[in-house]
Design a protein around this ligand. Structure first.
Ligand SMILES: Cc1ncc(COP(=O)(O)O)c(C=O)c1O
Length: 469
C-alpha cells in the first residue's frame, strides 16, 4: 500500500537522446537552482485572492479516506469531499498509483493530435455506464465546461436556440453556465449581460411549496408542470426549445430531492415536444446518490448526461454522455479544447470507476446515506430551527428556519452559520447551500464508515446545542 505523499514509483528516465556529458550538465545545473520551496517559511495566506471564499482557515498537507490532515498534523473529517469530488476518499491508493504510473509515462497527449490508451479505455467505458443508448462520451475539464458542451450539442443537434432551466439550479461559472444558474445572485449578478435564450421555470421544492410543506412523494402538489407550461406559453414556443437542463437532485440550490414522478414526467414532456432532456449530474454522479447516476433512481433515460467532480477523484476531468446520433452531429473541430481528456486525468478516472465497482461504493452510499438521514431525523425534534431533513444517498441536508416567525419557514442563516462553525471547531468540515445559505449539506466520501457517520452525528448534535438551534 502507498504512503500518502510518497511517490508511488521511481521518477521516469527520459529517452532524450542526450549524451551522457550533457545529462550530467543538466543535473549539475539543476543542483545550482535555489532550494525547493519546502522548508522555507510559507507565504502569508493573503497571496490567494479573496474571491476564493473559504470554509476553513487551515492548510492541508495530505488526505486519507474521509480525513484531511493539516501541516500541523490535525485531522479533520471531510464531509465536503472538496465539493463532492473525492467520492473514493482522499488519495485512494489505487487512484494515486494509477496517476503516478501514468504521470511517469506521459502527461499530455492532446486529443486533436493523438489517441492515448487511458482515453480510449475511458471513452469505451462511457458507452456502457447508462442503460439504453447507444451512447458516446465526450471529455473536457470542468463541470461548467461540460455543461457548455451540453448546450452546444443540444443547439447543434436540434437546430433550436432555447434552453430551459430550473429556478435555484447551479450549472457553473463560465458565461453560458452563469446564464443557466439561478441558485444565488453572487454567481451571476456582477457579470451581466449574460448570454440569452435561457428561461427558468419552477423546480418541485416540496418543503417550500406555496401551498405548504409536504414530503417529496407521489402525492406531491407542487405546480411545476403548470409553471413549465406557462413558460412555454409566455417566454418561447415549445418548438424553439433545444433542451431542458435539470439537476436530478438540486445541489448548490439546497439539496432538494424531487418527488418520484418529476423526472419521468419531464421525460414525457420533452419527448412530446421534440426537446432534449439534459441532466446535470456534476454533483449527483459517480455513485453520490446511491446509484451510479441519479437518473437511474427513476429509470429515466436522458439524451445528454453531464458529469465531472467525482469522475477522477480530484483530477480535473469532466464530460458528457449523449446518444451517439446526437454527438455525430457535431462537425469535427467545432468543439474541443487543449486539455480535455487529459491522459493522467483519464487514468485517474479509470481507476476511480474500478474502485467504485470493486469496493461497492454505490451500495455504501445508499447504506451510509440511510444511516445519516435516520440519525439526523432522530436529532431534529430536539432543535426547533431544523425545518427540514432531506437527502438521497450521501447527499444529505438540514434546512434551518426561524421557529415561530412567519409561516415557520423563514430561512435562518445565522443558525446554519453557527452550526457549521461549531462543527469546524470540532474538526468536522461541512458546507452550506441554498439562496440564503440556510441549508447545511453533508457530502461524505463514498468510502465513509458507519463509525465516521456516528462521529459526525455526535459533532452535529453538540454543535446544534451550542448554536441554540
Ligand atoms: C450541478 C453542478 N453543475 C455544474 C457545476 C460546475 O462545475 P465546476 O465547478 O467543475 O465548473 C457544479 C459545481 O458545483 C455543480 O454542482
Amino acid at each position: 500500500m502507498l504512503t500518502v505523499g510518497e511517490p508511488a514509483i521511481e521518477p521516469a528516465v527520459h529517452a532524450t537522446g542526450d549524451t551522457p556529458q550533457r545529462c550530467t550538465a543538466m543535473i549539475e545545473s539543476r543542483a545550482a537552482e535555489p532550494p525547493a520551496a519546502t522548508g522555507l517559511p510559507l507565504p502569508d495566506r493573503s497571496v490567494v485572492p479573496a474571491v476564493w471564499s473559504r470554509v476553513a482557515n487551515i492548510i492541508v498537507e495530505r488526505g486519507e479516506g474521509s480525513w484531511l490532515v493539516t501541516t500541523d498534523g490535525e485531522r479533520y473529517l471531510d464531509y465536503t469531499s472538496g465539493i463532492g469530488v473525492t467520492n473514493t476518499g482522499h488519495a485512494h491508493p489505487r487512484v494515486a498509483a494509477a496517476v503516478a504510473a501514468q504521470a511517469a509515462k506521459l502527461l499530455h497527449g492532446q486529443q486533436n493530435i493523438v489517441f492515448h490508451e487511458p482515453g480510449l479505455r475511458l471513452y469505451d467505458r462511457l458507452r456502457t455506464l447508462l442503460p439504453g443508448g447507444p451512447w458516446q462520451g465526450f471529455l473536457s475539464n470542468s463541470g461548467a465546461e461540460a455543461v457548455e458542451a451540453a448546450v452546444k450539442l443540444a443547439r447543434v443537434a436540434t437546430g433550436r436556440p432555447v434552453i430551459i432551466v430550473f429556478g435555484g439550479s447551479f450549472h457553473g461559472r463560465t458565461a453560458q453556465a452563469m446564464a443557466l444558474t439561478t441558485a444565488k445572485n453572487v454567481y451571476r449578478a456582477d457579470f451581466e449581460p449574460l448570454p440569452g435564450s435561457v428561461y427558468a421555470t419552477a423546480y418541485p421544492y416540496c418543503y417550500r411549496a406555496a401551498r405548504g410543506p409536504h414530503a417529496p412523494d407521489e402525492h406531491c402538489s407542487c405546480p411545476w408542470e403548470e409553471q413549465l407550461d406557462l413558460v412555454l406559453h409566455t417566454m418561447t414556443y415549445p418548438e424553439r426549445v433545444a433542451a431542458i437542463l435539470v439537476e436530478p437532485v438540486v445541489g448548490e440550490g439546497g439539496y432538494i430531492v424531487p418527488p418520484p414522478g418529476f423526472l419521468p414526467r419531464l421525460r414525457e414532456i420533452t419527448r412530446e415536444h421534440g426537446m432534449l432532456l439534459a441532466v446535470d449530474e456534476v454533483q449527483t454522479g459517480v455513485g453520490r446518490t446511491g446509484e451510479l447516476f441519479a437518473v437511474r433512481h427513476w429509470d429515466v433515460e436522458p439524451d445528454i448526461l453531464v458529469f465531472a467532480k467525482g469522475i477522477a477523484s480530484g483530477l480535473p476531468l469532466s464530460g458528457l454522455i449523449a446518444r451517439e446520433e446526437l454527438i455525430a452531429r457535431w462537425r469535427p473541430g467545432s468543439h474541443g479544447g487543449t486539455f480535455g481528456g487529459n491522459v493522467v486525468a483519464c487514468a485517474a478516472a479509470n481507476a476511480t470507476l474500478d474502485v467504485v465497482r470493486d469496493e461497492g461504493l454505490v451500495e455504501n452510499a445508499r447504506e451510509r446515506g440511510a444511516q445519516f438521514l435516520a440519525g439526523l431525523r432522530a436529532l431534529a425534534p430536539k432543535y426547533p430551527s431544523i425545518g427540514d431533513v432531506r437527502g438521497l444517498g450521501l447527499m444529505v441536508a438540514l434546512e434551518f428556519v426561524k421557529p415561530g416567525v412567519g409561516d415557520g419557514r423563514v430561512p435562518n442563516t445565522a443558525v446554519s452559520k453557527a452550526v457549521i462553525e461549531g462543527a469546524l471547531r470540532r474538526h468536522l468540515l461541512l458546507l452550506r447551500a441554498g439562496p440564503y445559505d440556510q441549508v447545511i449539506r453533508m457530502i461524505p466520501p463514498l468510502v465513509t464508515t458507519a463509525e465516521e457517520i456516528d462521529l459526525a452525528l455526535r459533532i452535529l448534535d453538540e454543535s446544534l446545542a451550542e448554536a441554540g438551534a
